[in-house]
Design a protein around this ligand. Structure first.
Ligand code: SAM
Length: 274
């Protein structure tokens, strides 16, 4: 879909460019994807003008997702992944990483943007262990009750709840902490939460300026303080190395310079419910 009109997908969902940018498509621009419109590219360009490192940051966000899912599926025996705000399919999606480690691993992708369902269905039609659901995490009870979620996820067994790059799209008045709490209460002991978020950098005016651009042009994009982020992990035991700049979470390769905005602007971590 690099055109700016409409797209007929295999699942017969028509996605229209209604002149409103979406987080899924702006993120797709950052990852050099093709599923975006001019309106999304304009938001991406305005954001990149403030923080040119955003493409690098998106790559770091995908890379930590791969490391976390691989670790939990291969080393911790997690067989169920609820990927909330999963975004458009891209290179190496959650189900590919999890099912490489364990072909029986179940993955449910949830996203508010129906374009994710349109593209996901086509990708996953031959994968019985994976589903894509259109739902709004601001209504966690509805997400959890969705028939595809109920069919795929056994809530008597540990689940990995993934909130990767989504909570900054939930405004403070929409109670992101309450959303995480509702999810935490719905899963059993031994479940994991994987969270990444934009982080306010006291030495970087860019982080505040980016929030201003995103809130005005996209309507979401809260850049939170480290203290605000830590509250998302309330009630969880945070795994080493803690809530850290994304490339520093159990890196596959040595990070030679951890002082850059590209490394530090997003932080994240993994917590377990004991
Ligand atoms: N999780 C992927 C990753 O980290 O690579 C994609 C992150 S993308 C930046 C954020 C995604 O969250 C978008 O696809 C957007 O549509 C989705 N999203 C935003 N608000 C949402 C909501 N209230 N409920 C469900 N999904 C939402």
């Amino acid at each position: 879909m690099s055109s700016d009109s409409a797209e007929q997908t295999e699942s017969e969902v028509v996605v229209l460019d209604n002149g409103v940018p979406t987080a899924a498509r702006v993120y797709d621009v950052m990852l050099d994807g093709k599923d975006n419109y001019a309106i999304d590219r304009r938001v991406a360009e305005a954001s990149l003008a403030v923080m040119p490192e955003l493409k690098e940051i998106a790559i770091h966000n995908r890379a930590i997702l791969h490391r976390v899912v691989r670790h939990l599926a291969a080393d911790e025996g997690i067989t169920q992944f609820l990927d909330l705000g999963s975004g458009l399919p891209t290179v190496r999606n959650t189900h590919e990483v999890a099912q490489d480690a364990n072909p029986e691993a179940k993955v449910v992708y949830v996203d508010i943007d129906p374009i994710v369902l349109a593209h996901g269905r086509a990708l996953l039609q031959d994968n019985p262990n994976t589903r894509v659901v259109t739902a709004d995490i601001r209504k966690p009870a509805e997400v959890l009750a969705h028939p595809d979620v109920q069919e795929m996820i056994d809530f008597s067994k540990p689940v990995c709840v993934m909130l990767c790059g989504i909570l900054h799209h939930i405004l403070d008045e929409e109670d992101p902490e309450g959303i995480v709490k509702a999810l935490r209460e719905a899963v059993p002991s031994g479940s994991y939460f994987f969270i990444t978020n934009f982080t306010r950098l006291s030495d970087s005016p860019e982080s505040e300026e980016l929030e201003r651009v995103l809130l005005s042009q996209l309507g979401t994009g809260r850049v939170r303080t480290p203290e605000e982020l830590e509250r998302f992990f309330d009630g969880l035991e945070i795994l080493p190395p803690g809530i850290v700049p994304l490339p520093l979470w159990r890196p596959d390769e040595i990070v030679t310079d951890a002082t850059t905005i590209g490394v530090r602007f997003m932080t994240g971590g993994v917590g377990i419910k004991r």
